[in-house]
Design a protein around this ligand. Structure first.
Ligand code: FMN
Length: 173
């Protein structure tokens, strides 16, 4: 499916309604709830069977998805602020919890994501960082953006990591 052109207009999310999806082990969507379809503007038919990058926003740095996949494929949970893009090109920021789905034997069979509205205060802090990382990736690749991210966090506080960034967001600036 052709990717829309991003437009600089935000979609307001409702409080307390989760945007949910499940994927197989490769990130192909196997389940979405009604709110996912409503906010993204894609029908469930368009979403099911598509890779999850169908809602990827070009402002999102690749390194964040690499870290996400490192964590969840090792069986760990992860959470992150994600900027997604709807079918009409508008964007919506979400606080997202990712977790592995397992079968009876404990083997990973896929992944689950639950997303909720995130405060504007947090997204305004993260937006410039994500844009900077994306710029670095275009010019110098993902190793460099990882270096920048690690230095950026270390300079601000010894105990902030990408895994606890959202809990420590007040220490960023
Ligand atoms: C359960 C689950 C949910 C995901 N949700 C999103 C999402 O909402 N937005 C997004 O851009 N990527 C999401 N991803 C990550 C995508 O699989 C993919 O890594 C990312 O969009 C980058 O895609 P690309 O490397 O093909 O550009 C999710 C992955 C999993 C496993």
């Amino acid at each position: 499916m052709k990717k829309p052109e991003p437009i600089n207009e935000e979609i307001e999310l409702q409080n307390n309604i989760y945007i949910e999806s499940d994927t197989d082990k490769k990130g192909v969507i196997t389940y979405v709830n009604d709110y996912f379809a409503e906010i993204s503007g894609y029908s469930k038919d368009e979403l099911l069977g598509s890779p999850h990058n169908i809602v990827r926003h070009p402002d999102m740095p690749k390194i964040l998805f690499k870290i996400l996949w490192d964590r969840i494929s090792r069986g760990e949970n992860f959470h992150a602020a994600i900027k997604n893009m709807a079918k009409d090109g508008r964007y919506y920021w979400v606080f997202t919890d990712f977790e592995p789905l397992r079968d009876d034997k404990g083997d990973i069979i896929g992944y689950k994501a639950a997303r909720k509205k995130i405060s504007k205060h947090v997204t305004q802090l993260l937006d410039p960082l994500y844009k900077k990382l994306t710029e670095i990736e275009k010019e110098s690749g993902m190793n460099e953006s990882l270096n920048y991210l690690n230095n950026f966090l270390k300079e601000r506080s010894q105990d902030i990591t990408i895994d606890n960034l959202l809990e420590n967001i007040h220490k960023l600036y």
